[in-house]
Design a protein. Sequence first.
Length: 397
Amino acid sequence: MSSQPAVIITSPPSWDIFCNVIDNYGDIGVCWRLARQLAGEYGLSVRLWVDDLASFVRLHPSADAQAALQWCCGVQVCHWSQSFAGVQPATVVIEGFGCQLPASYLQAMETSPPVWINLEYLSAESWVEGCHGLPSPVRAMIRYFYFPGFVPATGGLLLESGLLARRDAFCPDVGAKSRFWHSLGMLAPDPDTMIVSLFCYENGNVPELFEAWAGGTQRMLCLVPEGRVLPQVAAWFGDAAAAAGSRYVRGMLEVQVLPFVSQQQYDQLLWLCDLNFVRGEDSMVRAQWAAKPMLWHIYPQQDMAHWPKLEAFIDRYCALLSHDDAMLVRHLMEAWNRGCGAGPLWQQYMGAWPRLHAHAGQWCRHLCEDGGGSLAANLVDFSRQIMDSAAPNLRGG
């Protein structure tokens, strides 16, 4: 472990997590889950600094979008807009996705340097393993780059204690599922209906996929949480606009627009569905813990900068599949991210469905047994290692 200026250790350590909301819910989704887990499972004092409380309220509806400071699930949630004069930095500071800490807070950090960690975006690319945990000197302090990932040489994935047990208890519980459908204002569908969740960015595949579903032989129920794809959904059905509660039917396809739900409810939605279309980082990770087939819509970047990241994930995700099934999943996920060509692949995908469903469970077990472990647990251990290595500095050693 590289040496750094003396870290002033308190007991227990306090944590500050900074989140600049860029993609509505992705960044804050990850930071909120992490903050809640650190406070709830590790008993840590956690402050979550958020610059967009309106987005936070969508994830945690009981929160107040106007409050400068509030307590939510044991986490002190602070609006980033306030002045940082007199704010004492925490023992551990998490800079969410390179969001750049406030200048006055940085200056206060120099007096008693904390463990400073830049939490990076999730990636399956192999270069991440060589960069994970590396230190970088900044203003006479050390900032560490921390990469979530899918292998032991990375920081792992967000996975709360007991999550998979709760999933396994929910899935066969007819009463629990009925109550969930009721909370959405719906009745449980017929057992022979295939249930799909569609959470994505704007995507040119939506019309052709809807055509394939409406004209097929399998009854389909597509659940669409409120989001950026709603105008395309409404347009395909000839409606001016779609909103929570909108329902459409054509052929074998029924589409139900859902209100935005809390993170806990979204997990249950993923467990309830047979196939999950997900986007960004937070929902993509949750879909893997759901152990159901998934198709990922990666956040698109200029000049196709996101494509190597997509391909790296597909490589890992498909490694446990046969060659033919791996190529099918690859082609469909690539088509989904290109915005065209997914519709014609649908029947092949359904033909491989039993194997793809089994693979989703196998992949989830692989992540649990051979992946990078729990991101929160790894962060706690990493910060303790840094503090332990700095202890001789405090003793003059």
